[in-house]
Design a binder for this molecule. Structure first.
Ligand SMILES: NC(=O)c1ccc[n+]([C@@H]2O[C@H](COP(=O)([O-])OP(=O)(O)OC[C@H]3O[C@@H](n4cnc5c(N)ncnc54)[C@H](OP(=O)(O)O)[C@@H]3O)[C@@H](O)[C@H]2O)c1
Length: 347
């Protein structure tokens, strides 16, 4: 009989990719959404994926949604609470919105962990809990960058998960790299790439050196990473990366594929803060700066190394189970498969 994966966030970027990947592998996929009748839930149902209703703010609804699952994938959304509060809290201080969204994400992450623990204790059939997380950029930067709340919040939840001994024995962490789709995001002059008003090229303003190498993820690869974590031993801290590149290289490949000239312009955290005050500009800029200067942490395992690392400890768990040549999507392939017309019309 097919095993069941419960996917929290199935109507979103990461969870959607996980749901489609496991559905294609013949798993029984249970998408979880606050509304089974929303357009995005109906889109999942139309693909044969069942959707059940639950809310991370409602513990018992989450326990019911997780019940009977062999695998749980969960992601928390930092940005919805951030943007909801931003108009008011950004007037209070440049930390107020980030601190508010961090508190909500930590509370929700802990609720998810508690619900998974409860289901594991009650049923004992849960084989893997995969939590989508990020490393603490405050810690990685040695306290230099303290505004990347969407990184630090998830790291608090990861530590909480590690304290839940029984569940941690069944868990792994997936640290999702920078989305390749970030260049499409419109946040005033920040975040996304924009048309140069004085010319025909596309400009992307980014903090940190243009030449610093960052990890990028093509969202469609999320299922590959979760599958890897389901098939390998637990307690792994995986970097979900499709390809590493500098922003200069990223845009160079983009230009080669689209034929549209582009330039990456370096900006300081203060310039980003000035462009979008109230903590948002600084939060985005410090995320890029930390990645540029400090990386994502040597503790993280790369997809290609998952089997190697664990072979060292327990070869029998691994042998013959994993493909050491995990095939992720290259930046060039992602750019080639994307329709850039809408972006270019609105950039
Ligand atoms: N942009 C980047 O480069 C990047 C990189 C790494 C990590 N991240 C992180 O990715 C996270 C967002 O993931 P995503 O892009 O997959 O999300 P997304 O596409 O924005 O979707 C959010 C998902 O969360 C669900 N959700 C929200 N509130 C919920 C609640 N109260 N109860 C149950 N479900 C709820 C939504 O489901 P319904 O609406 O159907 O209920 C939806 O499926 C953020 O925390 C961000 O920090 C981003």
């Amino acid at each position: 009989m097919a095993k069941t994966i419960a996917v929290l966030g199935a109507t979103g970027n990461q969870g959607g990719a996980v749901a489609l990947f496991f559905d294609a592998q013949g798993w029984n996929v249970r998408g979880i959404s606050r509304s089974a009748s929303s357009a995005s839930s109906k889109a999942l149902s139309s693909k044969g994926i069942s959707v059940v209703e639950a809310d991370v703010d409602d513990f018992s609804s989450l326990v019911s949604a997780f019940s009977g699952a062999h695998v749980i994938f969960a992601v928390t959304d930092f940005w919805a609470p951030f943007f909801e509060a931003y108009p008011e809290l950004s007037k209070v201080s440049d930390r107020a919105t980030g601190e508010h969204a961090l508190a909500i994400e930590v509370r929700r992450g802990k609720t998810i962990v508690d619900a998974a623990t409860k289901v594991l204790e009650k049923e004992g059939i849960l084989e893997r809990f995969v939590f989508s997380t990020l490393p603490s950029f405050k810690d990685l930067s040695g306290g230099k960058y303290t505004y990347a709340y969407h990184f630090d919040a998830k790291a608090v939840v990861s530590e909480y998960l590690k304290e839940q001994k029984a569940l941690w024995e069944k868990s792994s962490l997936l640290n999702m790299a920078f989305y390749t789709t970030n260049m499409l995001i419109k946040m005033g002059s920040l975040m996304g790439a924009k048309k140069d008003p004085n010319g025909n090229k596309i400009i992307w303003r980014r903090a940190g050196s243009n030449e610093a190498v960052h990890p990028f993820v093509v969202l469609g690869d999320t299922g590959i990473f979760v599958d890897l974590l389901v098939r390998s031993p637990p307690k792994q801290d995986l970097l979900g990366v499709s390809e590493t590149a500098s922003y200069a290289t990223f845009m160079k490949i983009w230009s080669e594929v689209t034929g549209v000239p582009s330039e990456v312009q370096q900006e300081t955290e203060d310039e980003a803060d000035k462009a979008i005050p109230g903590g948002l500009g600084r939060e985005i800029a410090e995320s890029t700066s930390t990645s540029a200067e400090f990386g994502w942490g040597k503790h993280l395992v790369l997809p290609k190394d998952v089997s190697t690392r664990f072979n060292l400890f327990d070869s029998k768990l691994i042998s013959g189970q994993l493909d050491p040549n995990v095939k992720t999507t290259s930046l060039r392939t992602y750019f080639e498969n994307e329709d850039w017309k809408p972006f270019l019309e609105n950039a």
